[in-house]
Design a protein around this ligand. Structure first.
Ligand code: XIL
Length: 318
């Protein structure tokens, strides 16, 4: 009867990653997005391969669609992401591989990319994932083209360029496998401490939070959030989803609901936790089946946009 419950919370309210094709072509998807959420991020539309598929040719239509839709519906926007080793344009990776783009030029290319994209959305992005997944599983810096071509200073440079382009946006390090004790946690804490001691403008740490119910819930997560908050950082859950080995059963949905609920309760228990983003909000459009063989059903709403137990749990987790 009447309007379905919307996910309305004291901050941080759940916010989803948006699939632009669905936003354009599926009125029910768009309606659910705009009814339920007050904060959004682009699942792919702001990544480098999306915004500069050919060198010097910028294609902003998809990213603009997310930002414009958000503006019309009073939604805040998270920017994802500026520097990553994946979803780079082919011209860039090929140019580095075949030696036609050397280190000095690559550094200019990175500076221009960050400056251009951050400036374009200046004042409309609350927080940017400036560097994504820069620490490896063993706790060393990831051997991306950025590290191997530019050396470790590229991280400080990226933050400084982003700050210059939009001084008010919060600037984040974003990564996965930070939710439970792992070498990445210590390495990421050390990296951020070091950056801040040099005056590099790092404001926050993003926990991706790609969970699965076949693994134990990372019970340390809120404590880890506090360790980062103790450095004076903002904290955000940036890509939460809770996948399961298919088929779906009522028991698995109940476990999934508990995982979502614990994640939100954990975030709300840490005053520095400012955003709670889910990586897709409907099983109709989720990266999980394409990336994890035999797994799926990771989102809050099912394929037909019917709320799952996890949705109801989030409504009652505050
Ligand atoms: C994923 C998208 O969901 C997919 O559509 C795309 O094909 C690959 O990237 N960590 C991240 C996200 O930071 O950008 C990734 O998104 C998921 C893992």
């Amino acid at each position: 009867t009447g309007r379905p419950h919307a996910l309305t919370f004291p901050a941080p309210a759940p916010a989803p990653a948006v699939d632009v094709a669905a936003l354009r072509t599926e009125p029910d998807y768009r309606a659910a997005l705009n009814r339920e959420f007050t904060n959004v991020t682009a699942e792919n539309a702001m990544k480098w391969e999306s915004v500069e598929p050919q060198r010097g040719v910028h294609t902003w239509a998809d990213a603009d669609a997310v930002v414009d839709n958000a503006r019309r519906h009073g939604q805040q926007v998270r920017g994802h992401n500026l520097v990553w080793h994946n979803q780079l344009p082919a011209w860039l990776t090929e140019g580095v591989q075949n030696g036609t783009i050397g280190a000095a030029e690559l550094r200019r290319i990175l500076r221009d990319h960050i400056t251009t994209e951050v400036r374009r959305y200046k004042g409309r992005i609350r927080a940017w994932d400036v560097v994504n997944e820069v620490i490896d599983e063993d706790g060393t810096l990831r051997k991306s083209i950025w590290l191997t071509q530019l050396g470790p200073g590229y991280i400080a440079d990226a933050f400084r360029w982003a700050r210059q382009a939009d001084p008010r946006a919060k600037l984040y390090v974003n990564d996965y496998n930070l939710e439970w004790n792992s070498p990445k946690i210590e390495a990421t804490l050390a990296l951020i401490k070091d950056l801040r001691s040099q005056g590099v403008p790092v404001d926050g740490i993003g926990f991706q939070g790609h969970l699965g119910i076949q693994y134990d819930y990372p019970g340390d997560w809120a404590n880890v959030m506090r360790r980062f908050a103790d450095l004076g950082l903002e904290v955000a859950v940036t890509e939460l989803d809770v996948r399961m080995v298919l088929p779906v059963t009522p028991e698995k949905l109940a476990t999934q609901a508990a995982y979502y609920g614990r994640a939100l309760t954990g975030c709300l228990s840490v005053p520095a936790c400012k955003e709670f983003t889910v990586w897709g909000f409907t099983d109709r459009h989720s990266w999980v089946p394409g990336w994890f063989d035999g797994e799926g059903a990771a989102c809050l709403l099912d394929e037909s946009l019917t709320p799952k137990p996890a949705y109801t749990t989030l409504l009652t987790s505050t």
